[in-house]
Design a protein around this ligand. Structure first.
Ligand SMILES: C[S@@+](CC[C@H](N)C(=O)[O-])C[C@H]1O[C@@H](n2cnc3c(N)ncnc32)[C@H](O)[C@@H]1O
Length: 704
């Protein structure tokens, strides 16, 4: 790369965890000086979509929300109130946060929400029907919704407290002042940064100035972009797509610059690739981009390739970038124990800064800052709320359970969704909360108790045993085990530990589970007859493909609207595969679009089966042939070892026992025993082929 070009480029965002401070500092510095040259597309930002959450606070503020992640089942830790780590102790002293500046999105709704004074925040609780609830326009709110005015609507006898609260919480009322505040903060940071790296950059400045002068003197008009394009190479293509940790002699900064440039090239509509490296095709540039994203963000190239294919190049980059920052901390008010407005008030009393999650939820709160560990407050311990990712509300909203129904939650631990279903059922009806991992059912049970759910039965089966265990449910939720490609910001190990085989095995398991979910529904249910399928993964293999498979195998089901107000339509076709048209009714959620975990939701209506159709028969055959998969204790998906038996030995034993039985009856057998299993009957692995229609029972397997 030409030196001139290098100096004039803005420095890249470094690989997280490598040299963040320095790079972010110098990036700011550079942006003050000179805007980086870029293609039209690579600077495109993705607008916040409807339903998206507010951007989290800057990192130094964000740290102050200490959570105990329920998804990590670390409940024991959560139940240790009063033990503060050093970090936590520090946060207690922190002044309350000011909102406003973090509204980086240009989304209208978001800007409007943000600029609204706190006074006008509306909290609505589904379970409370009392009071004259009017919205900001003075119209009556729908039944169960409340206009929540923190200043003007204190609970009985709490006026004094509320006045104080109002003061604490007036932080959102003067946005201009806040903006100034935040600007000052940022300026301070930048000044520090300036001085920290002044000498290095002074040198650079001097060099750049010299070069500029030279150019002016020579009367040369340079087009920087062209200069760059001429100097880029595609090393990954040159080495035949082989993975390499990091190219020798190439800094991450250079990788990032090339990556952003490649985004523009890949997006360009020009068939001649005039913007790219001469002689190289679009797929060559795509391959290099895949390698650069993998290098820069620390993924294996296989996964990058898989995820990149979901998006246009610029959106793919936005997706990978969004995986580098945490999603907002959100909690769900437990309406079995409290109302959202009361919970909000109680937490505000503790210095927590929060807001309703968005108009789409009546129970969600987004926590911006907390001086206390949010997973160990007295309200948390008393079960007034669940720490729950916003995306995890969605399948339950789609399931929409009705009072007195029987609901099956097939894979339920640690119970975020189970306890939400229980609240929506208002503790009526029955929920079977199943999970195949016994250890995880402990945290599930603990959460059920903490949240005061009295309508839940915990069970511990492989969900593929349903509906044999019990069936006839009004609604079934299958929040399936998945690869977690939607939650990489929470679990970075996904970046490197997934192979194509994992995706195949998971999809296979998910397909088995979805058929069991459908078969567990009572198609005659007077109130329901629905299955919701969800995953926290964004791959098509685990989502649309599974849904399409279910539609093909079970002609008695159809997809219906999820009832979710936002989200992107599911793919109707992908990489040459066409799915059923109705697959567009499914919904995808993305971190870069909705500021929540990547998620997928599909809702099926189950009708009566007409008769044993071909697909049913096919399915039954499949069940005999399917390899049994399970998650091991580390959460890895593995094939269950099929207990092998020796057919020759079995055959001889059977014959011997028959002979003995007949002998007892006084019948003497003269004929020769049947020949044992022939070579042809044996599979390569030494197992005996079981004729279709006959099952090898567990008992028989365990004999050996
Ligand atoms: C995505 S998590 C469920 C999260 C849960 N629904 C919640 O909201 O808290 C998937 C769960 O599936 C369970 N699981 C994996 N394989 C299973 C199987 N064959 N049958 C039942 N559960 C299974 C895992 O133990 C894990 O708890």
């Amino acid at each position: 790369m030409g030196r001139r070009a290098k100096n004039k480029q803005a420095p890249p965002t470094p690989l997280p965890g490598t040299v963040p401070d320095r790079s972010s500092i110098s990036r700011r510095q550079q942006s003050k000086k000179k805007k980086a040259p870029s293609t039209a597309n690579d600077q495109k930002t993705f607008k916040a979509q409807k339903g998206s959450l507010k951007k989290p606070l800057p990192a130094h503020r964000r740290k102050k929300v200490d959570v105990v992640d329920e998804d990590d089942s670390d409940l024991d830790q959560a139940l240790q109130p009063g033990v503060l780590s050093e970090d936590e102790e520090e946060t207690v002293k922190v002044k309350s946060v000011k909102k406003g500046k973090q509204a980086a999105s240009s989304d209208d709704e978001e800007v409007e929400e943000r600029s609204r004074p706190v006074k006008q925040l509306e909290f609505s609780d589904s379970e409370d029907d009392e009071g004259d609830d009017l919205n900001a326009d003075g119209e009556a709110l729908p039944l169960g919704q409340h206009a929540f005015d923190l200043d003007e609507a204190p609970s009985d006898g709490e006026e004094e407290d509320d006045l104080e609260l109002g003061d604490e919480f007036d932080i959102g009322t003067d946005d201009e002042m806040l903006d100034d505040d935040m600007d000052e903060d940022e300026d301070e940071d930048e000044d520090e940064a300036d001085s920290a790296f002044a000498s290095e950059n002074d040198d650079e400045d001097a060099e750049m100035a010299e070069e500029d002068e030279d150019e002016e003197e020579d009367g040369i008009q340079t087009n920087l972009e062209d200069d760059l394009e001429e100097t880029y190479t595609l090393p990954a293509v040159d080495r035949g797509g082989e993975e390499e940790e990091i190219e020798h002699g190439t800094s991450l900064r250079e990788v990032e610059q090339r990556m952003r440039w490649l985004v523009g090239v890949c997006l360009s509509k020009d068939d001649k690739m005039s913007k790219g490296v001469p002689g190289k095709s679009r797929s060559d540039h795509f391959l290099q981009l895949q390698h650069d994203i993998a290098t820069y963000f620390g993924y294996n190239t296989f996964l990058v390739g898989k995820l990149m294919r979901l998006f246009p190049a610029d959106e793919a980059l936005a997706f990978f970038e969004s995986n580098e920052s945490p999603r907002p901390v959100t909690i769900r008010a437990n309406t079995l124990r409290t109302r959202r407005r009361d919970l909000a008030q109680a937490l505000i009393n503790r210095g927590v800064t929060l807001e309703p999650i968005g108009k789409w939820s009546k129970v969600g709160l987004q926590v911006f800052e907390s001086p206390v560990p949010i997973g160990a407050t007295p309200e948390y311990l008393a079960g007034h709320y669940m720490l729950q990712a916003a995306s995890s509300f969605l399948p339950v909203i789609a399931l929409s359970p009705q009072p007195n129904e029987r609901v099956l939650d097939m894979a339920s631990a640690p119970g975020g969704k189970t306890t939400y279903i229980s609240a929506l059922l208002q503790n009526t009806g029955t929920i079977f909360a199943n999970d195949s991992n016994k250890l995880r059912t402990k945290s599930l049970t603990a959460n059920i108790h903490r949240m005061g759910c009295k309508n839940v039965i915990v069970c511990n089966y492989d969900a593929r045993e349903f509906p044999k265990v019990i069936g006839g449910f009004d609604r079934v939720l299958l929040d399936a085990p998945c690869s977690g490609t939607g939650v990489i910001s929470k679990d970075a190990s996904v970046k490197v530990n997934k192979t194509e085989r994992d995706f195949q095995l998971l999809a296979h398991l998910q397909k088995q589970l979805i058929l069991c979910a459908i078969d567990s529904v009572n198609p005659n249910s007077s109130t329901g007859g629905y299955v919701v399928y969800s995953t926290c993964s964004v791959t098509v293999d685990e989502n649309e493909s599974v849904v399409d498979y279910a539609l093909r195998k079970r002609p008695n089901v159809k997809l219906v609207e999820t009832g979710l107000e936002f989200g992107v339509e599911g793919f109707k076709s992908f990489e040459g595969k066409n799915f059923h048209n109705s697959v567009s009714l499914t919904r995808r959620f993305y971190p870069h679009k909705h500021n929540m975990d990547g998620f997928f939701v599909a809702k099926f209506k189950v009708e009566k089966r007409k008769k044993a159709t071909k697909s049913v028969i096919e399915q039954e055959h499949e069940e005999e042939e399917k390899p049994q998969l399970k998650l091991n204790d580390e959460g890895m998906i593995v094939e269950e070892e099929v207990a092998k038996f020796d057919a020759d030995e079995d055959e001889a034993l059977i014959e011997e026992s028959k002979r003995k039985a007949l002998k007892k009856k006084g019948i003497k057998i003269t004929s020769k025993p049947k020949p044992s299993a022939t070579k042809e009957d044996k599979k390569d692995d030494g197992q005996v082929k079981v004729p279709k229609g006959k099952k090898v029972t567990e008992k028989r397997r365990s004999k050996t």
